[in-house]
Design a binder for this molecule. Structure first.
Ligand code: PEP
Ligand code: MG
Length: 327
């Protein structure tokens, strides 16, 4: 079986009836690029940048950002790298002293990710400068985490434009056409997906948070882990809506939450029309194997049946059946 997966990893992510999707990788630091390429990813769908804020006493400057992103962009070239701006806060608390955090009663609903960046723009500006400068050395796309409304997106974009203007003045090279996307991981963002999509070049669904916030289930609390359910009909309806609205606006919809990396869910995500699966490197061959084994016709029918029933038990029954056929 390991041998079979090894062979599969460099084949295209294509169904037997010739429907193609992209399989990208998630990374938490620049050292992972080798394993990304070894496992047959054709891009990085989520480059988490929080590592630069952990275990240290001074904030990274734009040069440090630049170096970390340039390295990855060059190694991944000609494939694209989606760099996510910092998502510190929530379960990813930087050293308390570094960001002068007051303890919050509900960190997941607190000053996290884009909220923190907009409150302390200097941190954000240094990172954006680093990302833009690195975009001259490989294909980089920029992604904001935790967007919950249009104003936030516009405010972030305004800062981005200012940084671009500054670089132009300094005659520093960057990709003028850099694509800007957002994670859809807060239910309110899913609710206005049609509005956000008009302002974005792509989106990526963050199911880890989307499930947590939609079902009111803390993603790291074991007491309620049984309630954390990717197949909850409300989650599947949200995913369907995000994909449909994205496609109406002619932008690609990816997914970089853990749900994308679990082969059990691959058939239904494929059937819902997901364009890009971004998963940890080790999962890539398994996801590819499922995609290469099920027709898009069958996957669409499966997704329709599951959506039509809105019944959790029925959904897993159908998915169990598909899995038993695949193995
Ligand atoms: C997510 O929320 O699904 C996601 C990919 O982001 P993170 O796990 O880093 O919050
Ligand atoms: Mg998230």
């Amino acid at each position: 079986k390991t041998k079979e997966l090894k062979k599969i990893k460099n084949l295209p992510a294509e169904t037997p009836d010739n429907y193609k999707v992209s399989i990208f990788a998630n990374i938490d630091n620049p050292d992972e690029v080798k394993s990304v390429l070894n496992n047959g990813a054709t891009g990085i769908g989520l480059y988490r940048t929080e590592f630069m804020f952990f275990n240290r006493s001074v904030l990274p400057n734009d040069k440090e950002h630049f170096e970390n992103y340039k390295k990855v962009a060059e190694e991944m070239s000609p494939y694209a790298t989606i760099i996510r701006t910092i998502d510190v806060g929530g379960d990813k608390l930087a050293d308390a002293g570094l960001l002068n955090f007051d303890a919050e009663a509900n960190p997941f609903m607190g000053l996290r990710a884009i909220r923190l960046c907009l409150k302390y723009p200097d941190i954000f500006i240094d990172q954006l400068k680093g990302i833009l400068r690195a975009s001259a050395f490989g294909k980089i796309r920029l992604m904001y985490p935790m967007i919950s409304g249009l104003d936030e997106l516009c405010e972030a974009n305004k800062i981005l434009e200012k940084v671009k203007e500054e670089l132009r003045k300094e005659k520093v090279a960057f990709d003028e056409n850099i694509e800007v996307g957002a994670m859809i991981e807060v239910p309110s963002a899913a609710g206005i997906m049609d509005v956000l999509a008009k302002e974005l070049d792509f989106v990526s669904i963050g199911t880890n948070d989307l499930i947590q916030y939609t079902l009111a289930v803390d993603r790291v609390n074991e007491n309620v882990a049984n309630l954390y359910d990717p197949l909850h009909p409300a989650i599947l309806r949200l995913i369907k809506r995000i994909i449909e609205e994205g496609h109406k606006a002619k932008i690609d919809v990816g997914m970089c939450g853990e749900m994308a990396g679990d082969p059990y869910y691959t058939p239904v995500l494929l059937g819902l029309g997901l364009d890009e699966f971004s998963v940890s490197s080790a999962q890539i061959p398994k996801i590819k194997k499922v995609i290469r084994s099920i027709t898009i016709t069958d996957a669409k029918k499966l997704a329709e049946d599951i959506l039509a029933n809105a019944d959790r038990k029925f959904s897993s029954k159908l998915l169990d059946k598909v899995q038993s056929k695949l193995n």
